[in-house]
Design a binder for this molecule. Sequence first.
Ligand SMILES: *[C@@H]1O[C@H](CO)[C@@H](O)[C@H](O)[C@H]1NC(C)=O
Ligand SMILES: *[C@@H]1O[C@H](CO)[C@@H](O)[C@H](O)[C@H]1NC(C)=O
Length: 206
Amino acid sequence: MKFAILASVALCLALSALSAEARKNGPPMKHPPMMRPPPKMMAPMFPPAPMGSVVAQAALGPTGTVMSMGKGMVRLVMGPNSMHSLDVMLMGTIPNVTMAHVHVGDNNTAGPVALAVLPYLMALPLSTINPAVSFKGELMFTVPFTSADLAAFSGVAGVTPAAAEASFRQLLSQAMLYFNVHTMMYPGGEIRGNFACVAKDCAPMM
Ligand SMILES: *[C@@H]1O[C@H](CO)[C@@H](O)[C@H](O)[C@H]1NC(C)=O
Ligand SMILES: *[C@@H]1O[C@H](CO)[C@@H](O)[C@H](O)[C@H]1NC(C)=O
């Protein structure tokens, strides 16, 4: 906590130093932030996962030709009693976030949505946050969801929550789930990352 405050103070100082620099050197460059490396990823302090959970993590970043000053870390906790959660930490600068989803696909594929995170568990068809959300610094939030939510997003009519959860867990064990943050600039996704289980073979944490 204290470190986060210090870090944001340091960031403010760095930013004001930058703008002072820009004033000194005449008109500011069009995209000065692009020249700076994105902030270093800190290991986020997520609360401990309940015993028996399957835990996976995804490191989010831009892929392909996307230029982003954003990064992220997401922890997926599949609880033992169909009570699940996503701990999302976004860092850096991301303008106009419109949606965030868990999708089905490998590292290099854009696939269908398995769960809507932003807007929060909004039923299909997909909708966007309106107005879009922009932030600088750190944005951390936790999204609880259940097997019933997975069934609602599965796209399979009449699927039971248990079956939807089983197939979601199987996709996870095959590294076929990724987290994707959509923005106005990059409607197809600005930062993304595939989930990898923390334990070998996606074994539950004891
Ligand atoms: C963000 O949205 C605002 C308002 O629509 C727009 O003026 C601005 O250009 C957008 N910026 C980016 C990077 O998409
Ligand atoms: C895919 O992404 C996962 C999670 O980030 C990573 O562990 C794995 O090495 C990647 N696989 C390939 C083939 O790049």
